[in-house]
Design a protein around this ligand. Structure first.
Ligand code: HEC
Ligand code: HEC
Ligand code: HEC
Ligand code: HEC
Ligand code: HEC
Length: 157
């Protein structure tokens, strides 16, 4: 019995993806406790940072692709006024993070502290748009209209 156990202990470890605590040894800018309280806090770091397969990792870390998990939202952005601006090469077209905030800090738009919650939304849009334009837009849109998938044909500036 003990010999069997000893044999097991000397087996090579099962390949487990690198864990958050291992990342933090070098990346002390990431606050794990804060991150766990956010929308993506239940995910493993490497579910997003997919190019990292083992530690130490390669020098170049591939950018995270939100669309991999949010296909529907990505499509709705792509077809929106903003997706159109991006496809026309406008450098000032918003990315997901322009509206939702830094990836590790993202919370549900239903939470008041989201940059796109009802109370904060206009302030976030004002990074790029005039207040008067947003007032006209809000007045023209139906009450429950989406702000993420705004389609072409909305009021102009
Ligand atoms: C042994 C130290 C070490 C460990 C452990 C480590 N990293 Fe890194 N990481 C680095 C260094 C060094 C860089 C390049 C310098 C920098 O940008 O901080 C880097 C860069 C990165 C970047 C790119 C940063 C940027 O600004 O573009 C990401 C993302 C990243 N690491 C994520 C992770 C994740 C996730 C883990 C755990 C699975 C991890 N790292 C574990 C040392 C480490
Ligand atoms: C939802 C996907 C997602 C998860 C989960 C995630 N990250 Fe990130 N991370 C990103 C994105 C996207 C960026 C690029 C900057 C931004 O958009 O805020 C980033 C940036 C980084 C950076 C460079 C900037 C910085 O803050 O130093 C590091 C290091 C990093 N992540 C480590 C981690 C670690 C460690 C974990 C797990 C505790 C983790 N990430 C979990 C998406 C994610
Ligand atoms: C590895 C898969 C994955 C990646 C990559 C990812 N997410 Fe998520 N995201 C999730 C999961 C899982 C949830 C929580 C499930 C839910 O509530 O819909 C979530 C929730 C969200 C929410 C809140 C949704 C709600 O209705 O409460 C937003 C906003 C969001 N993600 C934006 C982003 C953005 C922006 C990026 C890129 C920086 C990103 N996500 C990358 C998996 C991912
Ligand atoms: C112009 C600002 C803006 C951009 C850019 C944006 N979003 Fe949103 N997002 C919002 C707003 C506002 C909501 C709240 C619901 C609404 O009004 O459509 C939202 C809602 C969401 C939700 C919750 C589910 C839903 O549809 O209500 C997810 C998930 C999400 N966004 C992910 C993303 C991802 C991924 C990207 C990039 C591909 C992105 N968003 C780009 C503003 C934006
Ligand atoms: C990072 C910058 C940025 C952010 C943030 C942003 N936008 Fe935009 N928006 C643009 C750009 C660029 C265009 C395309 C060119 C233009 O019309 O100025 C555009 C176009 C539009 C249009 C179409 C205008 C037209 O003339 O057809 C509407 C409507 C709009 N945005 C609403 C919003 C709303 C609502 C928000 C917040 C939820 C928002 N935008 C957030 C950059 C941004």
């Amino acid at each position: 019995m003990w010999m069997l156990l000893a044999a097991c202990l000397t087996l090579p470890p099962i390949d487990r993806p690198p864990q958050a605590t291992a990342c933090l040894e070098c990346h002390d800018t990431v606050n794990l406790e804060v991150f766990r309280g956010k929308t993506h806090g239940g995910l493993q770091c490497v579910q997003c940072h997919r190019s990292i397969k083992a530690l130490p990792h390669e020098d170049v870390v591939a950018p995270v692709v939100c669309a991999r998990c949010h296909h529907h939202e990505n499509e709705s952005l792509r077809q929106s006024v903003h997706g159109k601006a991006a496809s026309e090469g406008r450098k000032d077209a918003p990315t997901c993070q322009s509206c939702h905030g830094k990836a590790h800090d993202i919370v549900s738009p239903k939470r008041a502290d989201s940059p796109v919650s009802k109370v904060n939304r206009d302030a976030t849009c004002r990074k790029c748009h005039e207040a008067a334009f947003l007032a006209r837009l809000n007045a023209a849109l139906p009450r429950r209209a989406t702000r993420m998938g705004l389609e072409p044909g909305q009021p102009r500036k």
